[in-house]
Ligand binder design. Sequence first.
Ligand SMILES: Cc1cc2nc3c(=O)[nH]c(=O)nc-3n(C[C@H](O)[C@H](O)[C@H](O)COP(=O)(O)OP(=O)(O)OC[C@H]3O[C@@H](n4cnc5c(N)ncnc54)[C@H](O)[C@@H]3O)c2cc1C
Length: 311
Amino acid sequence: MKLTPEQAAEIAAARAQSRPTRRATVLALEEILYEPRSVLDHGFVRVIDYMGDDGAIVQAARVSYGRGTRRVSEDQGLINYLMRQRHTTPFEMCEIKYHVKLPIFVARQWIRHRTANVNEYSARYSILDNEFYIPAPEHLAAQAQTNRQGRGDVIEGAAASRVLDLLRDDAERAYAHYASLLNEDEAGPPRDPSWPGLARELARMNLSLNFYTQWYWKTDLHNLLHFLSLRADPHAQYEIRAYADTMLETVKRWVPMAYAAFLEYRLNAATISATAVRVVRRMLAGEAVDQASSGLSPREWRELMAVLGRS
Ligand SMILES: Cc1cc2nc3c(=O)[nH]c(=O)nc-3n(C[C@H](O)[C@H](O)[C@H](O)COP(=O)(O)OP(=O)(O)OC[C@H]3O[C@@H](n4cnc5c(N)ncnc54)[C@H](O)[C@@H]3O)c2cc1C
């Protein structure tokens, strides 16, 4: 991730300011406010603003008049209870706003989460940066054999070099054509004064999905945790998971009690089907159950065994 001197100066200026307030603030999140946290090769996530803290969740749940802290253990117990029982609205009292720089193919997965407010960088109005995502070698993998929506073994050696060369060549050529269609690039003046260049809204269409875009993304804690439960999950695609993991760190700073409850009751918890519950009961009663006698499909059986930590 590289910032221009102007961007770095803007962040430094924002971080230099502070204002007195009666509103709840969270020191651990203030420490990283506005600062970009690097993700993938050119991306970042930075917290721009937030409202509320763990106390706001407790306060809303109790509909109390004060800031809503009794004892830490009581507050944690209440937040755990809310998370466990899926009493979700108190979590909607907290809001957060991120600035994210991400490859277009990650943005396409991300935008499916409709319960957020989004404002994306306009490539109709501005010229996209010459920045595209190239996976690190350890993330280059073949198509998974057992899961059509996933990766299998890592690709190494000459095959990996060929993949990386193709990805880089395609992106570089696409950007060179983009700049010549526009008849300008990040530097500004027309390259060929004899023609006006193609409109930005059209010139962008040849760029590949690994080019970076940017957006402001604002949501409440309930919907953020829903997003993170899907995208920080080990089954999520690595590239969006990298963003989700970075955002999880910001949640840990912001609302540590809600974060702990989320890890315990959602992210690291498991939901199993009614048939799977019957299988577990039969196992606990000492019965030898196998996939054929379980009533589960082979895939469901594998998933249940993974939850139970059995091979
Ligand atoms: C592993 C994985 C694989 C996926 N594969 C595909 C795929 O192949 N193709 C594809 O198109 N998408 C795919 N998706 C996207 C997925 O179908 C959802 O669109 C995405 O995860 C957003 O989830 P959401 O609707 O719960 O979130 P949000 O849009 O944030 O909505 C949050 C909740 O609000 C409610 N809600 C929001 N909008 C509505 C509505 N219009 N009507 C009713 N309730 C609503 C629902 O309760 C929803 O759960 C995949 C997602 C994952 C995690």
